[in-house]
Design a binder for this molecule. Structure first.
Ligand SMILES: [Zn+2]
Length: 166
């Protein structure tokens, strides 16, 4: 098992379901959900707060599950106003992942999805100014920065200098 030094602390806080997967050869951490780069990071933005990361400059519109879990919501869902079409995946341990602004969901409520499985098609529904995937991680309902959960390695094209607003 390969663990990059910087990822150890992150791995330790992964939920039970994800931890179990670490030993099955599926790889550490989250799979990258779309073929693009981070166009807007988690954190303060334009006087507000951006609760996830935006993945833009998409090379394909396929959206894949970052981690295995059970689909808790799909489509336009109560409590996700502005997110457009979403797929929400409960990944266990009180953690949920949200994929937003989809053109359409593919996964259905109640369905078990595996890490890397296609769960939707990217689009620009909801409060959106250009096609991208908004990926959000919540710990017992509170949004946290997901970037450290991706591993091993960040996707090609990601460097902090590429981060921009919008
Ligand atoms: Zn976003």
């Amino acid at each position: 098992m390969r663990i990059a030094g910087g990822l150890i602390a992150v791995v330790l806080v992964l939920p039970g379901a994800a931890s179990a997967r670490i030993s099955d050869g599926a790889g550490l951490g989250f799979a990258w959900p779309a073929d693009g780069i981070v166009s807007s990071p988690f954190g303060p933005r334009a006087g507000g707060f951006h609760p996830g990361i935006d993945i833009g400059s998409l090379q394909a519109l396929t959206v894949r599950a970052a981690s295995a879990g059970r689909v808790a919501a799909a489509g336009f869902a109560m409590g996700y106003e502005g997110y457009g079409n979403v797929v929400v995946v409960d990944i266990g341990g009180g953690f949920t992942t949200i994929y937003a602004h989809l053109a359409r969901p593919i996964a259905h409520i109640g369905e078990l999805v595996s890490r890397g499985e296609t769960i939707g098609i990217a689009g620009c529904t909801g409060w959106c100014s250009g096609t991208h995937v908004h990926f959000e991680l919540r710990d017992h309902g509170r949004a946290i920065d997901p970037i450290g959960f991706f591993g091993p390695g960040l996707p090609l094209g990601y460097t902090p200098s590429l981060i921009q607003g919008g």
